[in-house]
Ligand binder design. Structure first.
Ligand code: B12
Length: 376
C-alpha cells in the first residue's frame, strides 16, 4: 500500500501538511493514483490545448512542440501525484520552480510554464472526478504562483576561499576540461599531502558534483561534461576509501541503497565508505534497487541499519514501499535512515514514511547512525 495509508494528507487549502480525516486521505490517494494512470492522456490533451491557445509557442519549440510539451506536462503530473500522495504541496511547488529556472536559463518564455499549468488545470477541472479534484487544483494553483518566485539562478556551492573549495574548483576545471587523470591526481595528491580524506569526499568531490548539476540546470554545460566529471569522481572514490583510517570494528552491518528508480548512487557510495571507516561492515547495493531486494539483502547480510536514498519526489512511493518491506521483517526490521533530495523541503515526511531517522547531510547521517547504535 502506498502513502495513502498514512494518517496525514493535505487539505485543499494553502497550508502545510496536517492531520485530516480518513475521507481526505482516500481522496488524495484516489487523485494521485488516477493522475499517475492517466498522466499520458491528460498531458496529451493539455499539450494540444496549450498549442491551440498559444500557437506562438510552436515557433519556440518547433515541429516537436506537441510531443515535447506532452512529455513536459506528463512529468509535472507525476510530480503532482507524488506531492498529493504525501500531502506536501511544497514538493510540487519546488518542482515547478526547478522547471522555471531551467526555462529561464534556456531563454524559453517563463510565461509558458504558467500557461502549461493553466491548461493542465482546465483539463483536470473537466476530467478528474471528485473526490480529490479540489486537492489537485489547489496544488496546481500553488505551483503556478511559485513560478514567479523562482530564482533566476541557483547560487554556486563553491563559494569562499577555503583551501578545500579552491581545490574543488581546480578539480572541477580539470574534470570539465576532460583532463581526467590530472583531476584525479589533484585530489589524491592533496590527500597524500595531508588533506583529511573525509574532507576530500565532503568538501571537494561532492560540492563539485553539486556544482556540475547547477551548471547543467542553468544551461551552462551539457550532459557530456556532467558525465565526464561524474565518471572522474567515480574513479576517485574507491581510491579515497583505501585512504580512510578505519575505526575499531563494531560487529554490525549497514546496508546502503538508492531506491528503485533512483540512479543517483554516489551519495550512497560515500555513505558506505564513511560508515565502513566508522567501524561498520557495509553492503552497498548501488542504484535502482527494488524494495524486495533491499529486504532480501537486509535478511541475508543481517543488516542492523539500512540507509536509503531517494533523489526525485516521484521516487517517494518506492522509498515507502522499501520501508514497508523492511518493516515486515521480524522485530519490525532493521533501523532505517533516509535521505536525498526528494525529501528536501519536507522535513517531517520521513516520520510519516515510517523511517527511524532522516538526515539532510552525510555528516549528519554519521552522527545519527552513532546515536541509533551507541558504541558499547
Ligand atoms: C551525476 C548526476 C546524475 C547521474 C547519476 C550518476 C550516479 N551514478 O550517481 C545521472 C546522469 C544518472 C543522473 C540522472 C538524472 N538526474 Co541527476 N544529477 C547528477 C548530479 C550532477 C550529481 C549527483 C551527485 O553525485 N551528487 C553528489 C551527491 C553526493 O549528492 P546527492 O546525491 O544530492 O546527495 C546529497 C544529499 O541529497 C544527501 N543525500 C543523498 N542521499 C542521501 C541519503 C541519506 C540517508 C542521507 C543522510 C543523505 C543523503 O547527501 C548528499 C550530500 O549532501 C546532480 C546534482 C546535485 N545537486 O547533486 C543531478 C541531479 C540530482 N539530477 C537531477 C535530475 C533532474 C536528473 C534526471 C531526472 C535528468 C534527466 N532528465 O534524465 C535523471 C534522473 C535519474 C533518476 N531516475 O534518478 C536533478 C534533480 C532535481 C530534483 N531535485 O528533482 C539534479 C539536482 C541536477 C539539478 N541541479 O537539477 N543524474
Amino acid at each position: 500500500m502506498l502513502l495513502g495509508a498514512m494518517k496525514v494528507a493535505q487539505s485543499a487549502t494553502e497550508k502545510g501538511p496536517q492531520i485530516v480525516s480518513g475521507e481526505m486521505q482516500q481522496a488524495a490517494e484516489f487523485a494521485a493514483t488516477l493522475l499517475e494512470a492517466s498522466a499520458p492522456g491528460f498531458a496529451g490533451m493539455a499539450s494540444s490545448l496549450l498549442l491551440e491557445r498559444h500557437p506562438e509557442f510552436r515557433a519556440v519549440w518547433g515541429e516537436d512542440a506537441s510531443s515535447r510539451w506532452k512529455k513536459h506536462l506528463q512529468q509535472r503530473l507525476l510530480e503532482l501525484a507524488a506531492a498529493i500522495r504525501v500531502g506536501e504541496p511544497a514538493l510540487f511547488v519546488s518542482r515547478v520552480q526547478w522547471t522555471a529556472r531551467a526555462f529561464i536559463a534556456r531563454e524559453a518564455p517563463l510565461e509558458s510554464v504558467v500557461r502549461g499549468l493553466g491548461c493542465l488545470r482546465d483539463i483536470l477541472a473537466e476530467r478528474l472526478p471528485e473526490p480529490g479534484r479540489d486537492i489537485a487544483l489547489s496544488y496546481l494553483d500553488q505551483g503556478a504562483k511559485g513560478v514567479g518566485l523562482a530564482a533566476t539562478a541557483e547560487s554556486s556551492a563553491l563559494r569562499g576561499s577555503a583551501p578545500e573549495t579552491r581545490l574543488a574548483l581546480r578539480y572541477l576545471a580539470a574534470g570539465l576540461d576532460g583532463r581526467t587523470r590530472a583531476a584525479e591526481d589533484l585530489v589524491l595528491e592533496a590527500v597524500d599531502s595531508g588533506l583529511d580524506p573525509r574532507a576530500a569526499y565532503l568538501e571537494v568531490l561532492l560540492p563539485a558534483q553539486v556544482e556540475v548539476g547547477r551548471l547543467w540546470h542553468d544551461g551552462e554545460i551539457g550532459i557530456a561534461e556532467e558525465r565526464v566529471l561524474t565518471g572522474t569522481t567515480q574513479r576517485i572514490l574507491p581510491q579515497l576509501a583505501r585512504r580512510l583510517q578505519p575505526a575499531a570494528e563494531r560487529g554490525l552491518t549497514a546496508i546502503t541503497a538508492a531506491v528503485r528508480g533512483n540512479t543517483h548512487d554516489i551519495a550512497m557510495r560515500v555513505v558506505s565508505d564513511l560508515l565502513e571507516a566508522d567501524g561498520w561492515r557495509t553492503v552497498f547495493l548501488g542504484p535502482d534497487v527494488p524494495p524486495e531486494e533491499v529486504q532480501r539483502a537486509a535478511e541475508y547480510f543481517d543488516g542492523r541499519l539500512v540507509v536509503l536514498s531517494a533523489a526525485l519526489t516521484t521516487q517517494l512511493g518506492d522509498l515507502e514501499e522499501t520501508i514497508n518491506a523492511l518493516r515486515g521483517m521480524p522485530d519490525n526490521g532493521p533501523r532505517i535512515i533516509v535521505g536525498g533530495l526528494a525529501l528536501d523541503g519536507a522535513p517531517d515526511l520521513w516520520r510519516r514514511l515510517g523511517a527511524d531517522a532522516y538526515s539532510a547531510s552525510i555528516d549528519g547521517l554519521l552522527d545519527t547512525a552513532a546515536d541509533l547504535f551507541p558504541a558499547t
